[in-house]
Design a protein around this ligand. Structure first.
Ligand SMILES: N[C@@H](CCC(=O)N[C@@H](CS)C(=O)NCC(=O)O)C(=O)O
Length: 133
């Protein structure tokens, strides 16, 4: 029991430190004209990220979101029995993070896997994105 608690504190401590370092070293944000940014802001309203603050895969995705200058809603799915965790498990299919919830053409897509999420965000929001790059 004590071992489990200590392990949790250690994991969350490392995760917190990673989140801080990642935040402090974020590469410069993508710049857009105000019209382009308005468009992006509207598009991003269809997205939300289910995540844990200290999860390294979530930190990696959040870093990309900051770089791409996306005002995305984050939903904390860490609390067992919490609203967002229940929704993720029931509608997404697994209580695993990160998961990007995408509303598209009247449907909802639940995208798991940090690398897939990053590839999706780059494809849709990175002005320097080139297919097959
Ligand atoms: N390959 C996945 C790994 C994600 C992962 O392992 N997430 C952990 C949190 S750091 C998780 O959700 N664990 C809960 C579970 O697997 O049930 C990714 O890159 O997104």
């Amino acid at each position: 029991m004590i071992k489990k608690v200590l392990l949790k504190i250690f994991r969350e401590g490392i995760g917190g430190l990673m989140a801080l370092v990642s935040y402090l070293t974020t590469p410069s944000k993508v710049k857009r004209s105000s019209e382009e940014q308005e468009k992006v802001n509207t598009e991003v309203q269809k997205l939300s990220l289910y995540q844990y603050f200290t999860c390294p895969f979530c930190i990696k995705v959040r870093r990309h979101i900051r770089r791409l200058n996306l005002p995305m809603e984050y939903r904390d799915a860490q609390v067992r029995g919490g609203e967002h965790r229940n929704t993720l498990e029931q509608e997404g299919g697994a209580a695993k993070v990160p998961c990007l919830r995408i509303e598209a053409d009247g449907k909802v897509i639940w995208m798991y896997e940090s690398n897939d999420i990053i590839a999706y965000l780059n494809k849709h929001f990175d002005p320097t994105f080139k297919p097959n790059s």
